[in-house]
Structure formats: structure tokens, C-alpha cells
Design a protein around this ligand. Structure first.
Ligand SMILES: Cc1cc2nc3c(=O)[nH]c(=O)nc-3n(C[C@H](O)[C@H](O)[C@H](O)COP(=O)(O)O)c2cc1C
Length: 356
């Protein structure tokens, strides 16, 4: 099947599977442990039932929003995901083209396979840079400076990954980047060898397990752009992030890839929104596959959503056009849902439209 004939986002997953090695596909779609959270993420959105208003003039629908200084055409953005050259020969360069074509905000991962300077040079739309703090803080600071000078207009500090979760399939497959690919932003960073056998290995050479809240203040102290915190589930952690100067929070469980049996993000969102109390934008990701999921996230108080796996399926199947297709399908479904809910603007997507 041609990617353009996919009529919804989930259909792209099987198209991507046909084009990838078993190891790359498993890395993309897998979760940790028994993958309960991975499944719950998708299920939790579907469990929320809708309570539409009819007889509303929905002949004009407005999905625009202003987010941290950006005027965006829709609340659908691209989550940071690692190693895009596993999925397309041009890697992140192709993703950033697709994001621009779709007019979607793209958050580039620290673990990109193209250097941030090159991705920034290719960008024609807004993009943010996701930060994994390295043990070498001087290197981390220099990486952030490279991202900012390449045009990143915000930083997203991922806090939920001091170590990797128990990703059984990746360990079975001894997942690693194939010959010829590299984590391009780590050039010049000495490799840390882990001598322990796989069944005793906890730590990861590219993740600093000592990262704590003062590191957010440290990042904030030299960042020239807003800093968001990604990986918040608990309301008290959201408050802590704000106290340390966060300009936004992303409710996320890393797409079910970290600590299995943490709740679905759809279930964690409302608590964080209440704690944040409108002081900064709250974003959410995890399991968003339908326009109705986007609408529900906004009803629960999110300003915008991120999608992860879906746009990587699109990238795999049809490069930049596939990334754009995913955003377009979600945008169209969101507009359909808004028409059918009687919500003409994103602000009209309120909790009142949830059937309780
Ligand atoms: C293949 C893959 C790689 C990822 N790499 C990163 C990363 O480098 N940094 C990060 O903060 N999150 C990373 N994530 C998590 C995503 O940013 C996001 O939280 C998650 O994919 C959202 O769930 P979804 O895939 O169900 O949309 C990754 C997710 C996947 C699927």
C-alpha cells in the first residue's frame, strides 16, 4: 500500500514494519517490561467518552494557538525521538523538512544521527532541542550553545530517563546503531565503556544518573531560550519544575519505554494541569493516534500534544511527505472532531465536552 493511501495514523505502523529490520522496528514500537504502560497510553484516550454539543455553527474552525512565542497552525507537534537515520537515509534532515511542510513544531533529540548544526541549517520552521544532560556538564553546556546558535527556540530537558527502562526486546536484539550511523551530537565526547554483562547493566553511557532539580536551575542559568521539562507525571514534580524556573512542562512517560506500570499520560494530565494552574503551558504525549485524542488532551487542559512513533512511521514510509501526512491526518481528524463537538476554537475544547 502506498503511504498516501493510509487513511489514518495507525495504518502507517504496518507499512513501516515492511520497510524496517526486525531490530529497528522493535526499537521503534517497543516499550519496557511487560509493556502495560505502552498499551495503557493508547487505551486511556479511548476510554474518555465525548459529550458533543450540536446545532453550533461550525462552518469555520480555528485550530491556531500561540505557544511560547510561536504562532502555530495546530496543537500537534513532533516529540523528540532518537536516531532518525535508522528510519530514513537522510534522518533528521528529512524530518525537519517534513515538519516544515506540515507547519508543525519539531523537537529534535540529543540522540540525533545528524548534527544539530546541520538540522538547524535545514530548518525552515520552528524547532526546539531536547536535552539529555551528559556526565560532562561542560560538554552539555557546549551542546546547548550549539543548538541555540543553530536556531533552537526552546530547550526541552528530559527528566524521566536517568537510566533506560527494561527494554527486553532491545536487549535480546542487542540493539545498537548499525555500522555507519552515529549519535552525531556526541562527536568529541569520550565513550564510557560498561564492563558489566547485560543482565547486570543498569547505567547508560549517554545518560547521567545523578541529574537532580538543581541541574534544571543550572540549565536555566545559561539558557538563552525557554526551558521546558519533559517527563512529568506527578503534580508535586510539576510544581518543583516550576520552582526551578521551567517555562513549560510535558506530561510524558516516554511512550511507555521507561518504568512500566506508571499510569497513562491521559490519566496523569489533569493532576498536573491543576498543580500548574495556568502559570506555564502544559503539553502531553503518549498514545496519541487520533484527532479525538488531541481534542481530549486539550479538554483536560493541555495546550498542545506531541506525537512520537506515528511520525517516525511516516518518516520510514515516505520521508518528509510521510511526516507531513501524519500531521495532516491528525489535523484533519481534529477539525472533524471539533465540528462534531461544537467547538470552534481550541479554547472551546473544555472539560464540559467530556461525558462523565
Ligand atoms: C524510537 C523512540 C525514540 C525516542 N527518543 C527519545 C529521545 O531521544 N528523547 C526524549 O526525550 N524522548 C524520546 N522518546 C520519547 C518521545 O519523545 C515521546 O515521549 C513518546 O514517543 C510519546 O509516545 P508515542 O510514541 O506513543 O507518541 C522516544 C520515543 C521513541 C518511540
Amino acid at each position: 500500500m502506498d503511504a498516501r493511501r493510509a487513511v489514518n495514523v495507525p495504518e502507517l505502523e504496518s507499512l513501516a514494519r515492511e520497510r524496517l529490520t526486525d531490530t529497528a522496528f522493535a526499537y521503534l514500537v517497543g516499550g519496557s517490561g511487560d509493556e502495560h504502560t505502552l498499551r495503557w497510553n493508547v487505551e486511556a484516550w479511548s476510554r474518555i467518552r465525548l459529550a458533543p454539543h450540536f446545532m453550533v455553527d461550525v462552518s469555520a474552525i480555528d485550530t491556531t494557538l500561540r505557544l511560547l512565542g510561536h504562532d502555530l497552525v495546530s496543537p500537534i507537534a513532533l516529540a523528540p525521538t532518537a536516531a532518525h537515520r535508522l528510519f530514513h537515509p537522510e534522518g533528521e534532515l528529512e524530518t525537519v523538512r517534513g515538519a516544515a511542510a506540515a507547519e508543525a513544531l519539531y523537537i529534535q533529540s540529543t540522540l540525533a544521527t545528524v548534527p544539530v548544526s546541520e538540522v538547524g541549517a535545514a530548518a525552515t520552521g520552528p524547532w526546539w532541542f531536547q536535552v539529555y544532560v551528559q556526565r560532562d556538564r561542560g560538554f552539555t553546556r557546549e551542546l546547548v550553545a550549539r543548538a541555540e546558535s543553530a536556531g533552537a527556540s526552546a530547550l526541552v530537558l528530559t527528566v524521566d530517563l536517568p537510566v533506560l527502562g527494561a527494554r527486553d526486546t532491545d536487549r535480546r536484539n542487542e540493539f545498537g546503531l548499525p555500522e555507519g550511523l552515529e549519535y552525531a551530537n556526541f562527536r568529541g565526547l569520550p565513550a564510557v565503556a560498561d564492563e558489566l554483562p547485560p543482565e547486570r547493566r543498569v547505567y547508560n553511557p549517554h545518560l547521567d544518573p545523578s541529574i537532580c532539580w538543581p541541574d534544571l536551575e543550572w540549565l536555566r542559568s545559561f539558557a538563552g531560550v525557554p526551558v521546558l521539562v519533559k517527563g512529568v507525571l506527578r503534580p508535586d514534580d510539576a510544581v518543583q519544575a516550576l520552582d526551578c524556573g521551567a517555562d513549560g512542562v510535558v506530561v510524558s512517560n516516554h511512550g511507555g519505554r521507561n518504568l512500566d506500570t506508571v499510569p497513562a499520560t491521559a490519566d496523569a494530565l489533569a493532576g498536573v494541569v491543576t498543580a500548574v494552574d495556568g502559570r506555564v503551558p502544559v503539553l502531553v504525549d503518549g498514545g496519541i493516534r487520533r484527532g479525538t485524542d488531541v481534542a481530549k488532551a486539550l479538554m483536560l487542559g493541555a495546550s498542545a500534544v506531541l506525537v512520537g512513533r506515528p511520525y517516525v512511521w511516516g518518516l520510514t514510509v515516505d520521508g518528509a511527505a510521510g511526516v507531513k501526512l501524519v500531521v495532516d491526518l491528525l489535523r484533519t481528524e481534529l477539525e472533524m472532531a471539533m465540528c462534531l463537538l461544537g467547538a470552534r476554537t481550541l479554547a472551546e475544547l473544555t472539560e464540559n465536552l467530556i461525558w462523565d
